[in-house]
Design a protein around this ligand. Structure first.
Ligand SMILES: NC(=O)c1ccc[n+]([C@@H]2O[C@H](COP(=O)([O-])OP(=O)(O)OC[C@H]3O[C@@H](n4cnc5c(N)ncnc54)[C@H](O)[C@@H]3O)[C@@H](O)[C@H]2O)c1
Ligand SMILES: O=C(O)C(=O)C[C@@H](O)[C@H](O)[C@H](O)COP(=O)(O)O
Ligand SMILES: [Zn+2]
Length: 358
């Protein structure tokens, strides 16, 4: 077993442990002060949750397994309220902790439950999807959806540690795996072009949890995320680059009632952002072409319904990067040179969508 640790700095530093068979590291991430641990896990993952609970029990913690609905259905206020009630029944105090086990939806919920219980208890996250490892579990963004929009309720609550056991990835459904690959590719476009080279050299391998470069892709994407959130936890500037492709993506997810995979929406959103930058005279055509090529090479979508523009445009106004009625996009001026496009005019927004709407 080999293990890599990525340090996330800032006010609340913590480690991201990456390896195969690294469950034994979990107690070390939780620390000795913790007594009771609520393991919030996706209900469809008992085979993954059981050994997590076992490792914690063996280390002497009192453990309560709290299953929640799989996937995006977990990020609902009713599910969150159910967790608060369970925490109360279990008598969870500030010396106790939440361990989130599952994909990004589960860790977003578990993290927010930890952030909001008693105004904040310790959270350790055990992401079990590619997306969870390379993005959702790192960086402290937690939250839930409401009918009005994606992730509109939440808190910045950095975990005390993150444990990425690459062995868990092998049971992932292919479509969920490539959804995570969209965020890996995003890290490539905004900061680490080697990621793009690796995906282009072997798209099939990149789209598999047992590909020759899986670990390198995971580590590179985590390093991008760790560097950015270490410098700007609360998204006052730099962190916005992690939102590349997300303005349109979140509107698509809402339009689909959150039944459209996040990474698939981000894939389309990145092509849209690239088209916007091209039409604004900031990005050459060949970089836009590279977006379509690398994204579609791994089976991710690059277009969305032509008729959806009006609805998507209305939703985009509520994006967290907006300032008042002013829309703000993360765009590229070149690969690994992210910038912002402020208050683009309506014709530009619609023209870019025409390149994506099919
Ligand atoms: N907080 C952040 O910074 C951040 C970053 C990116 C994405 N997100 C959020 O993450 C969510 C998407 O996460 P996701 O792509 O992990 O999807 P997900 O959490 O919805 O999981 C997808 C499905 O895979 C199942 N699953 C999880 N691990 C598995 C495994 N090892 N084997 C088999 N099945 C498994 C889940 O139970 C679920 O049914 C979205 O809500 C998105 O908004 C958050
Ligand atoms: O960590 C960030 O910052 C991101 O923007 C990462 C995104 O991939 C992620 O989907 C995030 O949840 C989006 O955040 P939001 O603030 O736009 O809801
Ligand atoms: Zn995302």
């Amino acid at each position: 077993m080999t293990e890599t640790r990525v340090h996330v700095g800032g006010a609340d530093p913590y480690d991201v442990v990456i390896g195969t068979g690294v469950l034994g590291e979990l107690p070390g991430l939780l620390g000795e002060r913790v007594r009771t641990v609520a393991v919030v896990h996706a209900e469809g993952l008992p085979e993954i949750a059981r050994p997590v609970c076992g490792a914690l029990e063996q280390a002497g913690y009192t453990v309560h397994a709290l299953p929640v609905p799989d996937g995006e259905a977990a990020k609902e206020v009713g599910v969150l309220a159910g967790l608060w009630s369970r925490f109360a029944q279990l008598g969870m105090t500030r010396s106790d902790a939440v361990v989130g086990v599952g994909g990004g939806a589960t860790t977003d919920l578990a993290g927010f439950a930890a952030a909001s219980w008693l105004r904040g208890v310790k959270a350790v996250l055990v992401p079990t999807t590619l997306l969870g490892m390379v993005d959702a579990a790192v960086g402290g963004k937690t939250g839930i959806n409401i009918p009005e929009g994606k992730n509109l309720v939440g808190a910045f609550h950095p975990p005390a540690g993150v444990l990425c056991d690459l062995a868990t990835l092998v049971t992932m459904p292919h479509d969920d795996y490539i959804s995570g690959l969209a965020e890996v590719i995003k890290a490539g476009f905004i900061a680490d072009p080697v990621i793009l080279d690796l995906v282009e050299a072997d798209p099939e391998g990149a789209a598999s949890p047992t590909g020759p470069h899986t670990r390198e892709l995971v580590e590179r994407a985590i390093r991008v995320k760790a560097e950015v959130v270490s410098a700007d936890l609360k998204e006052s500037g730099l962190r916005e680059i992690l939102n590349y492709g997300h303005t349109l993506a979140h509107a698509i997810e809402k339009a689909e009632d959150y039944r459209f995979r996040h990474g698939h929406a981000v894939a389309i959103g990145m092509v849209y952002a690239a088209e916007l930058a091209r039409l604004a005279g900031r990005l050459p055509q060949d970089v836009v072409d590279r977006h379509r090529k690398v994204i579609s090479s791994v089976g991710l979508p690059v277009s969305y319904g032509a008729d959806a523009w009006k609805e998507l445009r209305a939703t985009m106004t509520i994006d967290k990067k907006s300032r008042g009625a002013t829309l703000r996009f993360v765009v590229l001026d070149a690969i690994a040179v992210p910038g912002r496009l402020e208050a683009p005019d309506e014709d530009l927004l619609a023209a870019a969508y025409q390149e994506v709407g099919r």
